[in-house]
Design a protein around this ligand. Structure first.
Ligand SMILES: [Mg+2]
Length: 262
């Protein structure tokens, strides 16, 4: 009997060790190479990980700035969030984008060429799905090439969630639950998952689900944009927002600010 317990404890220890879930800081997207094997489901966040707007207006950090502005004017949290989201979406509808880090396009292409299963996972909602795919295409990123499925998949995760063009649009819902439901629907059980994202909270949502289902998980908390986010210049963004309809570059907005001051 004692031997059986010893045996079981070894098995459980092995499972616990094997099914490890960890979150690691990564200051470059290329760090992902150090954590994947051919069986890995490689998942990329989109905003502030793969791409960002060409100017401050429309950035992730601008979105949070707008929430703060609305709340400062007396709006409650939910209304401020919804208003900021509609403003952010209006900018997304016309803004150009750029890659966050040099070499990202080549990295994704190479992973796809090597046969890795690659997909996107974003807070963005399905209303922005076509626009998001178009934005990524403008950068020569196509996340559908080696995605876990080429079908479009729609399901409810509190709100409607859509998998389209290799990207799971989670519409602000729990990312871990959305991913688990998606993988269940397409009948895929990845051997292990690596998820790179600039937000720790988003990674944590996937980590808890991987822990629950004992799927080995590595979350890479992408810090490449941290400095830029910390140095967010609301004055430039405010000038750009006042004149939205056209989009001023950061340089144009800055020279207008300097003119006003001189
Ligand atoms: Mg992000």
């Amino acid at each position: 009997m004692r031997k059986i317990f010893q045996y079981l404890s070894v098995v459980f220890c092995f499972l616990a060790c094997y099914a490890q879930a960890v979150i690691i800081e990564a200051d470059s997207i290329h760090d992902i190479r150090n954590h994947i094997d051919p069986e890995t489901l490689v998942i990329f966040d989109i905003d502030n990980t793969l791409m960002e707007p060409s100017q401050t207006l429309g950035s992730d950090q601008w979105f949070y700035h707008r929430i703060g502005e609305h709340k400062a004017k007396g709006m409650d949290q939910q209304s401020a969030l919804e208003k900021s989201l509609s403003e952010w979406m209006s900018v997304q509808s016309i803004t150009k984008v750029k890659v966050v880090e040099e070499g990202t396009v080549e990295l994704i292409k190479r992973l796809q060429d090597e046969g890795y299963t690659v997909m996107g996972l974003t807070t963005r909602g399905l209303g922005l799905s076509t626009r998001t795919i178009f934005q990524l295409e403008s950068l020569h990123i196509n996340l559908s090439v080696t995605a876990p499925t080429h079908e479009e998949v729609f399901f409810i995760n509190n709100h409607g969630v859509l998998f389209r063009g290799g990207i799971l649009f989670t519409a602000g819902t729990h990312k871990g639950l959305a991913l688990a439901k998606f993988l269940h629907l397409i009948e895929k059980a990845p051997e292990n998952i690596v998820f790179i994202n600039d937000k720790w909270s988003n990674i944590r949502e996937v980590e808890v689900i991987c822990e629950k289902y004992q799927v080995p998980f590595i979350g890479l908390r992408y810090s490449y944009v941290d400095e830029k986010v910390a140095n967010f210049n609301h004055e430039i963004a405010d000038v750009q927002w006042e004149q939205f309809g056209q989009i001023l570059s950061d340089e144009e907005a800055e020279s207008q600010l300097l003119e006003v001051r001189s």
